[in-house]
Design a protein around this ligand. Structure first.
Ligand SMILES: [Zn+2]
Length: 172
């Protein structure tokens, strides 16, 4: 039983050393030398992948922070017309409602990252972030969600081109 190693770089080379016999009596794919080489390569690949994942996660976190800031700017700038109900004090934030940011598909790299940092994935809204700022003001919450979504989409377009990101809201 020969080692399965075939050189991919240099001239064609087939190893003719015997495969390593494992403890359970079966044979490994490679001889001692190429088994070591293969495991070193595997480890190096894994480390490179991990480093790449870390860099990507960092970029996503920065993009989320950016998006939050963009959302704050838009939400703060939005001045809804106070809602007047006869016999009551006018409601400063205008009509009541809620808003959220959603990412589709649920399993793109960005969505997976957002799940890890606490976004919800159990709803029909994709992987989503509930807007908790601005009390019950539908308009300000929606302004936040839209600006958040736009900023996040712009910042992650290259890192996760599959992601479709939208802000949405609903009145109570
Ligand atoms: Zn070999």
């Amino acid at each position: 039983m020969f080692c399965e190693y075939i050189s991919k770089t240099g001239p064609e080379f087939r190893c003719e050393r015997p495969r390593v016999k494992k403890r359970d009596g079966t044979f490994a794919r490679f001889c001692t030398i190429h088994r070591k080489l293969a495991s070193d390569q595997w480890r190096a690949n894994r480390e490179a992948e991990r480093a790449q994942r870390d860099t990507r996660a960092e970029a996503f976190n920065l993009a989320l922070l950016d998006a939050h800031n963009a959302g704050r700017l838009a939400g703060d700038a939005c001045k809804p017309e106070p809602m007047k109900i006869r016999g009551f004090e006018p409601i400063e934030g205008g009509i009541c409602g809620f808003a959220w940011v959603s990412i589709w598909p649920r399993n793109c790299t960005l969505a997976n990252h957002c799940k890890k940092v606490g976004w919800s994935s159990g709803s029909t809204m994709g992987v989503s972030l509930w807007v908790s700022l601005y009390g019950q003001s539908y308009e300000r919450k929606t302004a936040y969600a839209d600006a958040f979504a736009k900023s996040l989409a712009a910042d992650t377009a290259e890192l996760c081109p599959k992601a479709s990101i939208h802000g949405a809201g609903n009145v109570d």
